[in-house]
Write a protein that binds this ligand. Structure first.
Ligand SMILES: O=C(O)CCC(=O)C(=O)O
Length: 297
């Protein structure tokens, strides 16, 4: 078993930003900058932006807004979001999970929904390409097929934050797959971060349930960060950015409008939760060594 490495007690360790994302990419980046700097001024050392924070959300928008992730130094013209996020993390002197952006891989010409993580010096320290694409069809309510445009990523992601420990990173629909969250926790993550954009059908049903469930399964913190709701957009985001603690209580939850929510994380909370209800060490891995071995398709 990989044990939890510990996170120092830090004032306002995490800030989740819920923000409106309109059609103007540069305006979205400018809005993100204001909000990230506001969170940093309030003492946040890890700041999270929402899924597709630099564009409207929808398969029809991915190709238009997609950027190629060039090796550093990225140029303003070719990778404006990469460049802006890197500079912003350095300006804020904070870790920055840059929500997600549509990515174009230039060789294969494939599109991905990709999250970039930057250190307080602006270095890119992690990337995650959404591994489970949001393909659902609930008659009369919502149909969405990311796979019409996007390709799924092929790896699960953890990122090392040297002062604090490991975080697990995944995007929105990925949260429905508890296996991925558990693998991150078993790799020692103290926090699972999900930029996401649920909707008015599945948001009220499952958003906070899933955040609390992944926290409860793994006795870790969970942060979910959504765009604000815009009823004039083609996709109506649920909003409600939140942070759950290792006992699956909500420490904070936003509404549907632009807002920043803050939470303080500490290692004792993980340790005490695991001491009190010791499922973390009681798991019978001998009975379920490989869940995927039982699949029939
Ligand atoms: O799982 C859901 O209900 C919503 C997922 C979603 O909106 C997404 O993956 O972008």
């Amino acid at each position: 078993m990989i044990s939890y490495r510990g996170v120092q007690k830090v004032h306002r360790a995490i800030a989740c930003i819920i923000k409106l994302s309109g059609a103007d990419k540069m305006a979205n980046l400018a809005n993100a900058r204001n909000k990230v700097l506001e969170a940093a001024r309030a003492g946040a050392s890890l700041i999270v932006l929402p899924e597709c924070f630099n564009s409207p959300y929808g398969t029809q928008y991915f190709p238009k807004y997609a950027e190629t992730l060039l090796p550093s130094p990225p140029t303003q013209d070719q990778s404006p979001s990469y460049h802006a996020l890197s500079a912003l993390a350095a300006e804020a002197k904070a870790y920055l999970v840059g929500g997600s952006i549509p990515e174009l891989e230039p060789t294969t010409k494939k599109y991905y929904n990709t999250s970039l993580v930057f250190s307080p010096t602006g270095a890119l320290i992690g990337t995650h390409r959404k591994t489970h694409l949001f393909d659902i069809d609930i008659p009369g309510k919502i149909r969405f097929k990311e796979s019409e445009v996007l390709t799924p990523g092929e790896k699960l992601t953890t990122v090392e934050l040297p002062e604090y420990g490991t975080i697990g990173l995944a995007i929105c629909y990925d949260i429905r797959f508890p296996e991925a969250a558990m693998i991150a926790a078993r790799r020692g993550a103290f926090l699972l971060v999900y930029p996401g954009a649920f909707n008015l059908t599945t948001g009220p049903l499952h958003w906070s349930l899933l955040g609390r469930a992944r926290a409860n399964d793994n006795q870790v913190y969970v942060a979910m960060c959504s765009p604000a709701r815009d009823m004039s957009a083609t996709y109506h985001a649920w909003g409600h950015s939140l942070v759950a603690n290792p006992s699956a209580e909500l420490l904070t939850e936003a509404g549907e409008s632009e807002e920043i929510v803050y939470a303080e994380l500490n290692s004792e909370s993980i340790e005490n939760t695991r001491k009190g209800i010791p499922i973390y060490t009681q798991r019978r891995f001998d009975l379920y060594p490989d869940v995927s071995a039982g699949r029939d398709n």
